[in-house]
Design a protein around this ligand. Structure first.
Ligand code: FAD
Length: 414
């Protein structure tokens, strides 16, 4: 492994934030805490509704998982659809799946309306099958998705090879193919949404929110830069949720993920690709400049990345990521790593995010625990959280994501 070890991700390094922060005001109608995709989306919809929200981010826009992720927008549940049906029941699995389709439609619309440039494209996504057993498992997911009216298909090895411009190694037996799945520049997406929110009347301030307190029918935010009284608050800090909503400690657990980028090469992966070389999965694609962004391999360091909030990469995990492409594509050798980074995801026990009224904090709504698969929920959750804060009630569409659901018991062991 060479000596490259940058704390900045490919996305953070290739787009500077254009957001000019505002001063922290003493009061706001609605406060949104967290400057990732979910905070930006919630602030955008609140601003569009005329609520002049205040978004507070502790470090910088896209500092968290959104600015360090794989750049995939793949509809669906975090675990395979057939497994989600077994765990959650068909009605819940279908409802969650539908939210991701609705969220993609909303994303397309807002990117167009607000002219947000974030390299958004829909080249499709392949979940590769390695061996016959994985092929059969992916076939089950396709069958269940098709039975519920969600478009996806199974490709054999030859059809899979036609979509990749380097010969697949002998282990690859085929792939699940989502023809409309998307790729994007995650940091630019956040910047674009925040800039649009500001245009519609949102304020954006940099401060660390230390605590939330109920205060005469409002919410008091104790921050590093002073206190803010808000009519309602939306907490979208994902891996940091337990700091602000202590009752969710053990429900939403931080888990460190790692990724790296390779120097540009001619386009050979024109679409997003996932594979399960290790049980926790790997993913990669080529950005528009030809760089390859690849991540995964958490299973290589069991337990070491769970419950932590430092974004220091784990060397064993990064070394394992570097072995993925040469193993699956024997012609792909001599790739040069340009950056390595870590980011914080957050997991729940049932692989379904939480989006609900915050337990113990009247007037506060919270979303988090996206299990490494948050992007397909961002826009619709932002819209529903904005609705919740404005109407002071949790919308019915968030029912599968309630903190009281029966599948969400117990502490996380992963
Ligand atoms: C390596 C990696 C790869 C991933 N790849 C993908 C992918 O390709 N596709 C996909 O769908 N998902 C992926 N994910 C998951 C996805 O990135 C997340 O689900 C999503 O970005 C969560 O967005 P968020 O806005 O909830 O959280 P974040 O983006 O983490 O934003 C939370 C923000 O809150 C701020 N904050 C925290 N505490 C406070 C506080 N007390 N006061 C003020 N601000 C605070 C943080 O600084 C941060 O900016 C990946 C995650 C990682 C780490």
């Amino acid at each position: 492994m060479s000596n490259v070890n940058d704390s900045q991700s490919y996305w953070q390094a290739t787009a500077a934030s254009p957001i000019r922060p505002d001063d922290l005001p003493p009061a706001a109608n609605v406060a949104v805490i967290g400057g990732g995709f979910f905070g930006a989306a919630a602030a955008y919809f609140l601003a569009r509704a005329g609520a002049a929200p205040l978004l507070i981010e502790q470090m910088a826009p896209a500092y968290g998982a959104t600015g360090r992720n794989g750049g995939f927008h793949v509809v669906g549940t975090a675990e395979g659809y057939a497994d989600a049906i077994t765990r959650l029941g068909r009605d819940n699995a279908r409802a969650i799946m539908q939210v991701t389709f609705d969220s993609r439609a909303l994303l397309r619309q807002v990117l167009h309306e607000e002219r947000i440039e974030c390299d958004y494209r829909e080249p499709g996504h392949l979940s590769l099958a390695i061996g016959e057993e994985q092929y059969a498992a992916l076939q089950r997911h396709v069958a269940e998705m098709n039975a519920d009216g969600f478009a996806t298909e199974m490709l054999d090895r030859r059809q899979t090879a036609e979509l990749i411009r380097t010969p697949p190694g002998p282990e690859i037996t085929g792939a699940l193919y989502g023809a409309e799945d998307a790729l994007l520049h995650s940091a630019r997406l956040v910047y674009g949404l925040m800039a649009a929110a500001q245009r519609h009347g949102a304020r954006i301030a940099i401060a660390r929110v230390q605590r939330l307190e109920p205060h005469s029918g409002t919410v008091r935010l104790i921050t590093s830069q002073g206190n803010v009284n808000a009519g309602a608050a939306v907490v979208t800090v994902n891996a940091w949720t337990r700091d602000l909503v202590p009752e969710l400690a053990g429900v939403i657990t931080p888990v460190r993920g790692q990724a790296l980028s390779y120097a540009p090469i001619p386009q050979i992966f024109p679409l997003g690709i996932g594979a399960a070389v290790t049980p926790t999965g790997e993913y990669w694609h080529q950005t528009l400049d030809g760089s390859i962004v690849i991540g995964g391999c958490r299973a290589v360091a069991p337990g070491r990345d769970v419950g932590v909030t430092e974004t220091v990469p784990t060397p064993d995990v990064l070394a394992a990521i570097e072995q993925v492409l040469p193993r699956l594509f024997p012609h792909l050798t001599g790739l040069n790593v340009t950056r390595r980074w870590a980011g914080l995801m957050a997991f729940t026990n049932d692989y379904v995010p939480v989006a609900d009224a915050a337990p113990g904090l009247p007037g506060v709504w919270v979303a988090g625990g996206f299990c490494g698969h948050g992007m397909p929920f961002g826009m619709r959750f932002g819209q529903l959280l904005a609705e919740a804060a404005l109407n002071r009630t949790t919308p019915a569409e968030l029912a599968p994501f309630r903190v009281t659901r029966p599948t969400l018991g117990g502490l996380l062991e992963r």
